[in-house]
Write a protein that binds this ligand. Structure first.
Ligand SMILES: Nc1ncnc2c1ncn2[C@@H]1O[C@H](COP(=O)(O)OP(=O)(O)O)[C@@H](O)[C@H]1O
Ligand SMILES: [Mg+2]
Length: 274
């Protein structure tokens, strides 16, 4: 290896001028997640911290117990170092299963540096929404089909949102592994919850809603384990209990989260009962 190239831990080598840029960015107290331009292109620094998460997690735990919704249980709270380890562990298991994810360029105690996966699916969807609504909806269906493949491989994501997805070699890739739902619930429950979370986004975004929901659900169910489909039916039943209340609140104030909840849960409830 030439002198001016530094071998980064578990990752590709970086020219020394890039190492300086990267180190300067790592020690600066900038945003939690930020892109840094290096000679080889862009990399992303993610700093794990507390994010005031403990309070939210405690509240979510209490709500899950009170409302008897086990699939709402939050992932175990981790220290910043534990979050970095969780991220690395999940990136490794995705890579092992052949699922695209960002490449780890460097990791230190509380921060991790990843390769650039842009554009995200969220960015593609935003572009397609105005230019090609049919392609926009096909991309949503593709995400569900690929989520089903991920589940069939025995994995789950925890928060599969389009802003944390990308496409590489015609496969769907994922980043942002902050959740670990399978630590607090069975894998099939975590997988069903993944689909429900993606459906919250999809149901609101789809240009041709009903057709896209039908195709997307069908694509996921065709690939996903049968146990996850059975769990989704259970989750839908427990969520369905809150539909009347949500609609009532929605008459007074229809926020975005509420709208997503109503659109997704109404569809799934009708689909399982119909
Ligand atoms: N490696 C990466 N390549 C491209 N974009 C990224 C990368 N990492 C993060 N981003 C962008 O930054 C956003 C936030 O990063 P993320 O890891 O999801 O943190 P969080 O959602 O916890 O704030 C992502 O949704 C994505 O748009
Ligand atoms: Mg994210």
């Amino acid at each position: 290896m030439p002198n001016d190239v530094v071998d980064m831990k578990n990752g590709p080598s970086l020219p020394s001028e890039d190492v300086a840029t990267l180190l300067a960015a790592l020690v600066s107290e900038a945003r939690r997640v930020e892109p840094v331009s290096l000679t080889c292109g862009t990399v992303w620094i993610k700093r794990h911290g507390d994010k005031g998460r403990r309070m939210i997690v405690a509240l979510q735990k209490a709500a899950a117990r009170l409302l008897r919704l086990p699939f709402m249980r939050p992932s175990p709270v981790e220290t910043a170092e534990g979050m970095v380890e969780r991220d690395l562990r999940r990136i490794a298991s995705y890579s092992k299963a052949g699922v695209p994810t960002a490449e780890v360029i460097y990791s230190s105690g509380r921060a991790i540096v990843l390769s650039d996966i842009a554009p995200t699916v969220h960015n593609r969807l935003r572009y397609l929404r105005d230019t090609d609504p049919a392609a926009h909806d096909r991309l949503l269906v593709f995400c569900c089909a690929e989520l089903g493949r991920l589940h069939a491989a025995g994995l789950c994501h925890g928060r599969p949102y389009p802003r944390d997805m990308f496409i590489r070699d015609e496969r769907l890739g994922f980043i942002d592994f902050e959740e670990e739902p399978e630590a607090v619930m069975p894998m099939q429950t975590a997988q069903a919850r993944d689909l429900w979370l993606l459906f919250l986004q999809l149901s609101e975004r789809a240009a041709d809603r009903k057709t896209t929901q039908d195709r997307a659900y069908g694509a996921w169910a065709a690939a996903a384990p049968k146990a996850a489909v059975a769990e989704l039916r259970k989750i839908t039943r427990s969520m369905g209990r809150f539909l009347w209340l949500s609609r009532l609140i929605g008459r007074i104030h229809m926020g975005r989260d509420l709208r997503q909840f109503i659109l997704a849960t109404t569809y799934l409830t009708t689909m399982f009962n119909g």
